[in-house]
Write a protein that binds this ligand. Structure first.
Ligand SMILES: [Zn+2]
Ligand SMILES: [Zn+2]
Length: 561
């Protein structure tokens, strides 16, 4: 099926509810989903994802490509954010100028969205509306209700959409935590009531669909952390996701219970603690000890909270491990706790960090050694509970890599639901029974390069990758009116190791090779810049590969005087 470049070009049927994922299906990250009915559309979540081994160098942040929505204009009537994780709200500042619709979310999420819009200089342009948990609002033909769920951040919500005679539950990210420690409990009564009223479709979180059992509670994690920290005699440093308010609340409580004081290292932890407090969370969080006062505090009374649980090179944890943090030097017999999971792709970075700490005789505790982390996503028993409560006709797995979505679909089928596995760009009719993919819409990824968003397929980014892999060779030849060489060809090497030969000798060899090529070129080739460039590139590529087994990029300039 060839994708339509613009959603507006796709043949849409009136009185049909459409679902269109443009990010987050087939991947964990950059969630971006659309629902449309009678040509009025809403977007649910506008997230980012982070670079991995396949991303061109220099790109760290990736957003969905919204260009297929260009023709929607004012028919995009609302952007709804389910919760404040980066994969749901992270792209709001980058993509809002392309979407230009009012934004709706609950208070904690709104504070995070506000910060992102402020950083993008958009605060005065965006209508950001705060919604209350449990509230119902109308957006054109859509009636939408926010339903409280537990997750690993305050205020994660499922959305119940009623439109065109259908009831659709978009779960967002969730788990069933009987003891979430911070924030409200999941609204099981409302979920069961919706199930009794009849749910047509659930579109939901697949992250842990391959994992048996339950995800565990923040209370279990509190106990695990208390157990580890209370046994330590020296300094303890814990790193976790800054947005995990319940985890921070646990650490605050543990500090009090073990006679320690908390010091925070890292900007995002300060930001999230402030955001949480401003929204009524972390009420009992202890007063902080500023980093500059640590010298006055015995090591046995120090509990350091540091950013960088994924081994990010510039974050506090990695700088502490390298001994490069300006406020603190970790010492032998200190303990570092990674109260977080290893996000796939970050293994190498993190294992290097564990090793670096271990080489300094610092004890490293991860979720492999103790219960110091619980997942925020539903495992199979929680998914089963949800589908027994909601009793949907159809389940559409999203928020997962392909294998997670397939496992999710199979589980839903075992529970008597029909299931449809989708990919980014699938335009699904939810009105059809069962729902089916009606068309394909262009979807893609944009990379943040400086302050611009560039398609990851952009030629310049692919060139950058080639340059990073093989370096570059620049050749300038100056020819006179009779196409005779004037002076020597100028050769420059960038990122090309010259091996045993040495840089100057390699340049001399290449200069000689170019002179030879020109001496042997036909007059037809000599008179055409393109033909000459092509011949030099071909011959030099061949020679360099033979001499040294390398294929650098080449920039050949022909100047005629
Ligand atoms: Zn998520
Ligand atoms: Zn989340």
């Amino acid at each position: 099926m060839k994708p339509f470049a613009n959603l507006g070009d796709a043949p849409l049927t009136p009185e049909t509810l459409y679902f269109l994922p443009l990010g987050g299906s087939g991947e964990i990250g950059m969630n971006f989903n659309l629902y449309g009915f009678n040509d009025q559309w809403i977007a649910v979540d506008v997230g980012i994802t982070f670079a991995d081994d396949t991303t061109p160098p220099g790109i760290e942040v990736i957003t969905p490509d919204p260009s297929s929505l260009k023709t929607l204009g004012e028919r995009l009537i609302a952007i709804i954010i389910t919760h404040a994780h980066e994969d749901h709200v992270g792209a709001i500042g980058y993509l809002w100028p392309a979407l230009k619709a009012p934004v709706y979310c609950t208070g904690f999420t709104a504070s995070v969205a506000e910060r992102k819009l402020g950083e993008a200089g958009l605060l005065d342009q965006v209508a950001l509306h705060r919604v209350l948990p449990g509230e119902r609002r109308s957006f054109g033909p859509f009636e939408i209700e926010w339903i409280a769920l537990t997750h690993s951040i305050p205020e994660s919500h499922a959305l119940c959409l009623e439109v065109g005679g259908l009831r659709v539950v978009h779960t967002g990210d969730w788990k069933l935590d009987p003891n979430p420690l911070e924030g409200v409990h999941y609204d099981d009564r409302r979920l069961m009531a919706l199930g009794d009223a009849g749910v047509d479709v659930v579109i939901g979180d697949s992250t842990n669909a391959t994992v048996d059992g339950w995800s565990g509670s923040e209370l279990d994690c509190y106990r695990g952390l208390l157990d580890v920290i209370s046994q330590e005699q020296q300094r303890v440093c814990v790193t976790c996701f800054s947005s995990n308010t319940a985890r921070l609340a646990s650490l605050g409580r543990i500090a009090r219970e073990t006679g320690r004081r908390i010091t925070i290292l890292g900007r995002s932890l300060f930001q999230y603690v402030a955001t949480a407090k401003a929204n009524g969370y972390l009420r009992e969080f202890p007063e902080l000890v500023p980093p500059e006062d640590l010298d006055y505090l015995p090591k046995s009374e120090q509990l350091i909270l540091a950013t960088g649980s994924q081994g990010e090179a510039r974050a506090a944890m990695a700088r502490l491990a390298r001994g490069e943090h300006h406020s603190l030097v970790l010492e032998a017999d200190d303990c570092v706790v990674f109260s977080s999971k290893v996000i796939p792709g970050n293994e190498k970075k993190l294992f290097r960090l564990y090793d670096l700490l271990s080489s300094k005789r610092i004890r490293v505790v991860t979720e492999a050694e103790a219960c110091v982390h619980v997942s925020g996503h539903p495992c199979r028993d929680e998914l089963t509970w949800m589908y027994r409560a909601l009793q949907p006709n159809t389940v559409i797995p999203v928020h997962g890599e392909h294998r997670h979505m397939v496992a999710h679909a199979e589980l839903a089928q075992q529970l008597g639901c029909s299931a449809l596995t989708v990919q980014n760009g699938d335009l699904v009719s939810l009105t059809t029974s069962p729902p089916r993919v009606e068309a394909k819409i262009a979807s893609g990824r944009l990379g943040l390069s400086g302050t611009s968003l560039v398609p990851l397929t952009d030629r310049a980014l692919n060139e950058r990758r080639a340059l990073a892999l093989g370096g570059m060779l620049s050749i300038t030849v100056v020819l006179d009116k009779k196409s005779r060489l004037v002076g020597q060809p100028q050769i420059e090497l960038m990122g090309v190791p010259s091996g045993e030969l040495g840089g100057e000798a390699l340049k001399a060899e290449l200069t000689f090779a170019v002179e030879e090529i020109l001496a042997e070129a036909s007059s037809r080739v000599l008179q055409s810049d393109d033909a000459l460039r092509e011949m030099i590139q071909r011959e030099l590529a061949h020679s360099l590969h033979q001499w040294m087994g390398i294929r650098p990029r080449q920039l050949v300039q022909v100047i005629r005087i």
